[in-house]
Design a protein around this ligand. Structure first.
Ligand code: ATP
Length: 234
C-alpha cells in the first residue's frame, strides 16, 4: 500500500531530553494507525514532529512522496497534516459556530459537513464552547480539524477524561472518515482496547523508540504483553 504519510528516522526532543529516537512510521490513505505507550513514551512528541510544532533534530517527514521542511507547522497544514491538539485548543468564550469560523469553516457546506458528522453539535451551534461538556468539546475540536479537509489527521489523546460511550462515538467518526474519505489517521491513545478497536495497525513506543508494531490482529494477540510492559503506570 502506498503511504500518504511517511516518517523516516526522526529524532526529536527538548533541550537535553531526546524524547523520540530514530522513529519511522507510515500511514496510507484510509488507514488508522495507533501510537501506544505509557506517559512520557514520546507519543505527543511524535505527533508534534509530524505537524511541525516540534522541529526534529534529524529525519524526514513526507506527504504523498514530497518531503516537508521540518518544524514548519504552516507548511505541514498546507500539505494536509492537521492536528487535533491534546488540550483541544478551543476558544472557550466563542460559540461553536465562531470556533469553526475561526478555523476557516465559514461556508454553509462546512457547517453541514460538521452537523452531518456530529448531529449532536447542531443544537449547540450558538453556544459558547466553554459551556459544552468534555465530549462535546472534543467533537468540536475534531469537527474543526475535519473542516480543514486533512489528508492526514493527527489526533492526540482523544479519549482523555471522556465517558466510554463518547469515546466510542468519536472513534466511529474517525473510522468513518478513514473508510469513507480516505483520510490517513495517526491516533495517540492511552486506552489499548479503544486503540485496537479502531486502528488497522499500531506502533508501541517505549522510551522514544518503537518497541513493537503490527496489525490490529497481531497487537491484539500480544495485548497482555503490551499492557504489562508498555502501558499503564511507570
Ligand atoms: P503523555 O501521554 O504524558 O503526553 P507522551 O508519550 O506523549 O506522554 P511526550 O509528551 O512526547 O510523551 O514526552 C516524551 C518525553 O519528553 C518525556 O520525557 C517528557 O518529559 C519530555 N517532554 C515533553 N515535553 C517537553 C517539554 N516541553 N520540555 C521538556 N521535556 C518535555
Amino acid at each position: 500500500m502506498k503511504a500518504t504519510l511517511r516518517v523516516d528516522d526522526i529524532s526529536a526532543g527538548y533541550g537535553r531530553v531526546l524524547a523520540v529516537k530514530n522513529l519511522s512510521l507510515s500511514a496510507a490513505a484510509g488507514e488508522v494507525v495507533s501510537i501506544l505507550g505509557r506517559n512520557g513514551a514520546g507519543k505527543t512528541t511524535t505527533l508534534l514532529s509530524v505537524s511541525g510544532l516540534v522541529k526534529p533534530r534529524s529525519g524526514r517527514v513526507s506527504v504523498d512522496g514530497t518531503s516537508l521542511r521540518l518544524g514548519r507547522p504552516h507548511a505541514a497544514s498546507k500539505a494536509g497534516l492537521i492536528q487535533v491538539p491534546e488540550d483541544r485548543a478551543l476558544f472557550t468564550g466563542l460559540t461553536v459556530r465562531e470556533n469553526l469560523a475561526a478555523a476557516g469553516a465559514r461556508r454553509k457546506a462546512d457547517l453541514t459537513m460538521v452537523t452531518d458528522l456530529f448531529p449532536e453539535l447542531e443544537p449547540l451551534i450558538g453556544r459558547r464552547a466553554g459551556l459544552l461538556s468534555g465530549g462535546e468539546q472534543q467533537m468540536l475540536a475534531l469537527a474543526r480539524a475535519i473542516t480543514l479537509r486533512p489528508k492526514v489527521l493527527l489526533v492526540d489523546e482523544m479519549s482523555l477524561g471522556l465517558a466510554p460511550v463518547v469515546c466510542q462515538r468519536l472513534s466511529s467518526v474517525i473510522r468513518g472518515l478513514a473508510d469513507e474519505s480516505g483520510v490517513a489517521v495517526l491516533l495517540v491513545e492511552q486506552h489499548l482496547s479503544l486503540a485496537l478497536e479502531v486502528a488497522d495497525r499500531g506502533i508501541v513506543l517505549h522510551k522514544g523508540s518503537v518497541a513493537m508494531e503490527g496489525t490490529r490482529a497481531e497487537l491484539t494477540a500480544k495485548r497482555h504483553e503490551i499492557e504489562s510492559s508498555y502501558m499503564g503506570g511507570a
